[in-house]
Design a protein around this ligand. Structure first.
Ligand SMILES: Cc1ncc(C[n+]2csc(CCOP(=O)(O)OP(=O)(O)O)c2C)c(N)n1
Ligand code: SF4
Ligand SMILES: [Mg+2]
Length: 287
């Protein structure tokens, strides 16, 4: 790893096709800053992206990457990390990708607690498919698929993570660039599954959850005297529903990542003793 990596080194030569003003620009910048600040470089970084406007991020960043199947980015990211724990693995996707079709994977990725980060670009809408209601859309949000509201309460992704035993739960806002980058950096540094729900406004299809809304509403836990290691305080912040927060809401400082518990410390190609004859040749052939 190089000590001189700058965040622009994580930028690819592809021009984003996101709409001008899309929150995903800020989300991506913060991810790149966080990776550079933590001493990673494109050669040791693997981004796995879901499907959606958000999912295009793996193309716009310079690193190893896989743009997978809708809702299936997390199991791929887990597989990458288990095959080579020396890689920095970051998974990114949208609220539809992560909390609708991929909700099952989300819960189990949280439980497994592999040392990686998961950044969800939450715009409370399906952006790529032109504006249908997503799991985080408000109950009264009118879209082409919910002309008279969704008739369902939105999913609270932080509560889902909490219930599944998350060791790191955070929330940020793409437009608060310094704070957002700091929070993603903390997720990367966390020993375990670092989950960040990022409010990343869709300026084309969501005129309710706007930059102004998040700017006016979000309360920063850093200024609220919150103790991130206090599970009861985290429960209160997540479940009381009276405020929307940004910051690290919960961190279990005793977290031991799954792969460490299982004694997986080296890339698969290095596994030396005990492997059946010929097995490692096979692994290397497909590595
Ligand atoms: C299996 C499957 N089902 C449905 C789709 C259609 N589809 C593509 S993106 C998407 C939702 C995108 O919403 P979100 O994950 O919130 O991402 P955003 O575009 O808002 O960033 C859907 C339903 C698909 N590509 N694959
Ligand atoms: S449709 Fe929305 S989420 Fe997609 S690029 Fe445009 S502003 Fe961003
Ligand atoms: Mg979305």
């Amino acid at each position: 790893m190089s000590s001189e990596v700058r965040f622009v080194d994580f930028k690819s030569d592809k021009q984003p096709t996101w709409c001008p003003g899309c929150g995903d620009f800020g989300t991506m910048n913060g991810m790149m800053k966080a990776l550079a600040e933590t001493g990673n470089d494109p050669d040791n970084t693997f981004i796995v992206a879901g499907i959606g406007c958000s999912g295009k991020i793996g193309t716009y960043m310079h690193s190893y990457a896989l743009h997978g199947v809708h809702g299936r980015a997390l199991p791929v990211g887990i597989g990458v990390k288990m095959a080579n724990p020396e890689l920095e693995v970051m998974v990114a996707g949208g609220d539809g990708d992560g909390y609708s079709i991929g909700a099952g994977h989300f819960v189990h990725a949280v439980r497994r607690n592999v040392d990686m980060s998961y950044v969800v670009m939450d715009n409370r809408i399906y952006g790529l498919t032109k504006g249908q209601a997503s799991p985080t859309s408000r109950e009264d949000f009118e879209t082409s698929t919910s002309p008279d509201g969704t008739h369902m309460p939105p999913v609270n992704p932080l509560a889902l993570a909490l219930a599944a035993g998350a060791t790191f739960i955070a929330q940020s806002f793409s437009s608060d660039s310094k704070r957002h980058a700091e929070i993603v950096q903390e997720a990367v540094e966390h020993d375990g599954f670092g989950f960040v729900n990022v409010y990343s406004p869709c300026v084309t299809f969501n005129d309710v959850d706007t930059y102004d809304y998040f700017r006016d509403t979000l309360v920063d836990l850093k200024e609220d005297g919150h103790d991130r290691t206090d599970l009861e305080a985290a429960k209160k912040a997540i479940l009381s529903g009276d405020k929307e927060y940004q910051g690290v809401i919960y961190q279990n400082e005793d977290s031991v990542p799954f792969e460490k518990q299982e004694g997986i410390e080296a890339p698969m190609t290095d596994i030396p003793d005990g492997a059946p004859e010929g097995a490692m040749d096979l692994v290397r052939e497909f590595y």
